[in-house]
Design a protein around this ligand. Structure first.
Ligand SMILES: *Cc1c(COP(=O)(O)O)cnc(C)c1O
Length: 354
């Protein structure tokens, strides 16, 4: 990337913050006073701008709406006890965003726009960061192709935006999960490791089929043998079996490498739990269950941090887990939440000062 990108700031005439009911913040519904928007054209990023949050005017021929060159990220910001704003591990999301961009044949977004722009946007709207326990400011960076041309080819124009949404506690109710053997989320060589919009659209039908059967989410299995676990809905998945934590590895590109996943692995290792990143078959899971081994099963992701799984249905065999016996998953969740909300010292350099 050549040259520094200047960031223009156009402030909103008045803040909408007073209209917000801080007690009632459903996930992703309300947005702050400002947003960031940058445009890419002729091989370079043009001026990036912070401007009042507003609708966008798009041509019906906008390429992303037709061919799906669209990617996103999800990050959270918090305030510490003194009210200083911090972002949780945003650099890891920045790196992942540009990996997604490369896979979708989209331009990399430079650090000055993604990181410095996000920092400046949050500084401007920092009064919107809730300070209550389990509340946060959800950050949504995204990019899409903006050529006004319906020919199938990589676009020449792109838009990158960041919007901010104050969010209340995400109640991670224990989930009932259906082991999905027909539909798949990702294949080796595909786009499973990218946070590409189409992955989520493609998951909605199978997820809804599972809902109709009374489940909350599906456990995605590998595409070739339907034998190895991959992810749980839009979360990474961990199985604690006996004294070992097992989660699928990232080598074949079918798993989205979660920042929460990485953080959970670090926490587990620091607690002295052995962590294995490897293939885990559904047979190994059912055998362990039948042998009466201690098991804790949960999904991990930015929205809920850790979502416990209380029931796992494979064909006509249902495994139920007694959450009252769990020790490890609740401890990990508490450690990560305490770091994010500033109750314990951040010894890992995870909290990025705005
Ligand atoms: C975003 C996402 C995750 C979790 O990633 P985090 O960085 O922990 O939020 C896991 N799986 C999928 C498919 C995702 O889209």
């Amino acid at each position: 990337m050549t040259g520094a990108v200047t960031l223009n700031v156009r402030k909103a005439e008045r803040s909408r913050l007073q209209e917000l009911d801080m007690e009632n913040l459903p996930f992703g519904k309300y947005f702050t006073d400002h947003m960031l928007e940058a445009e890419y054209e002729n091989g370079e990023w043009k001026t990036a701008e912070i401007l009042p949050y507003q609708p966008m005017l798009l041509s019906p021929s906008t390429a992303a709406l037709h061919y799906g060159q669209a990617i996103f990220e999800g990050i959270k910001a918090y305030k510490d006890r003194q009210g200083n704003p911090f972002i949780f591990r945003p650099y890891d999301n920045f790196i992942r965003f540009n990996k997604s961009a490369e896979r979708m044949q989209m331009p990399a977004v430079p650090e000055e726009i993604f990181m410095d722009g996000m920092r400046e946007l949050i500084a401007l709207d920092q009064d919107w960061i809730p300070m209550k326990e389990d509340f946060s400011l959800y950050i949504r960076p995204f990019m899409f192709s903006s050529d006004e041309l319906i020919g199938v080819r990589p676009s020449e124009k792109y838009k990158f935006l960041i919007i901010l949404s104050p969010s209340g506690p995400y109640y991670a109710a224990p989930m009932r999960i259906y082991v999905e053997e027909k539909y798949v989320r990702a294949v080796p060589g595909g786009v499973g490791y990218a946070k590409a919009a189409g992955n989520y659209g493609a998951a909605m039908y199978p997820t809804n089929e599972a809902r109709k059967k009374g489940y909350d989410q599906v456990l995605w299995m590998d595409a070739l043998e339907h034998k190895y676990v991959q992810e749980c809905g839009t979360m990474n998945v961990f199985f604690i079996i006996g004294d070992t934590a097992i989660t699928p590895g990232l080598e074949d590109g079918t798993i989205l490498g979660g920042v929460t996943r990485m953080s959970v692995i670090t926490m587990l290792q620091e607690m002295g739990v052995k962590v294995e990143e490897r293939n885990l078959s559904i047979d190994e899971i059912t055998d362990s269950y039948k042998a009466g081994k201690h098991m804790e099963v949960f999904g991990t992701g930015t929205a809920a941090t850790i979502s416990p799984i209380k029931e796992l249905a494979y064909k006509d065999f249902t495994m139920t887990f007694d959450l009252t016996k769990w020790k490890i998953a609740p401890a990990v969740k508490k450690m990560i939440t305490d770091i994010r909300e500033g109750r314990v010292a951040d010894t890992h350099g995870w909290m990025f000062r705005v």
